[in-house]
Design a protein around this ligand. Structure first.
Ligand code: PGA
Length: 248
């Protein structure tokens, strides 16, 4: 079964609303590709202007975060139904920066995955090992733990719709990319884990991205791998180079 490719930018805490609109204009003609889902995951304050800026283009809008309750006394938070109403179609869940700096654990991330699905937003569920874990030889054990914990109670039909991003922590923002073989090995391991938890059809449907210093220079080789269906791109998503990744 052919899986549709998905290239998502993770803008992180960059781009003011006016910078965001300018970036959309700069990238508009560079990211055109009918064979690929193109997503900009943007800071909450940029969502409304970016949804407006990409109207009529092939670009979909994603969020970088939300809180697990629908509404109520949670000062400063934004809910999944709010994102949905604003035009958000994807949301990043479990990024290593949120796991580390905001202490989001797998039990909480499992709630986020279920809440996003309930709201009709596609989770981009991130997993990945530290350099220490890789050197200890526990990469796949750790990633299987993350995937299994984050998907507790999620049905096969739901899993078929989600996106999983494999992002080795040591490759994020460091300029150190996993080799295409290293990335393929883990992405295949994730697919095997999904097959064990659910079934082969679910494993064949779920889209798996690689993320971590992906750029115009290495995207083609990574995306040629059988189990790598796309990329989650940080630094290179903030410039014209993102167009080259989309068209790699
Ligand atoms: P990077 O970030 O491409 O800048 O390494 C990827 C990510 O954190 O999603």
């Amino acid at each position: 079964m052919a899986r549709r490719r998905i290239i998502a930018g993770n803008w992180k805490m960059n781009m003011t609303p006016s910078q965001a609109v300018a970036l959309c204009a700069e990238l508009k003609d560079l990211v055109v590709n009918d064979a690929v889902d193109v997503v900009y995951c943007v800071p909450a304050i940029d969502i409304v202007p970016v949804v407006e800026a990409v109207k009529g283009t092939n670009v979909h809008v994603g969020a970088e975060n939300f809180y697990i309750e629908d509404k109520g006394a949670y000062t400063g938070e934004i809910s999944a139904p709010m994102l949905k109403d604003a035009g958000v179609e994807y949301v990043i869940i479990g990024h290593s920066e949120r796991r580390e700096y905001f202490k989001e654990d797998d039990a909480f991330l499992n709630k986020k995955v279920k809440k996003a699905l309930e709201a009709g937003i596609t989770p981009i569920l991130c997993c990945g090992e530290s350099l220490e874990q890789r050197e200890m030889g526990v990469t796949m054990d750790w990633i299987r733990f993350q995937i299994k914990s984050d998907l507790v109670g999620v049905t096969a039909d739901q899993v078929k719709t989600i996106v999983i991003a494999y992002e080795p922590i040591w490759a994020i923002g460091t300029g150190k990319t996993a080799t295409s073989d290293q990335a393929q090995e883990v992405c295949k391991g994730i697919r095997d884990c999904i097959a064990e938890m659910y079934d082969d059809a679910t494993a064949a449907a779920v889209r798996i991205q690689y993320g971590g210093s992906m750029n115009a220079g290495n995207a083609k080789e990574l995306l040629a791998k059988e189990d790598i269906d796309g990329g989650l791109i940080g630094g290179a998503s903030l410039k014209a180079e993102f167009g080259s990744v989309v068209n790699a």
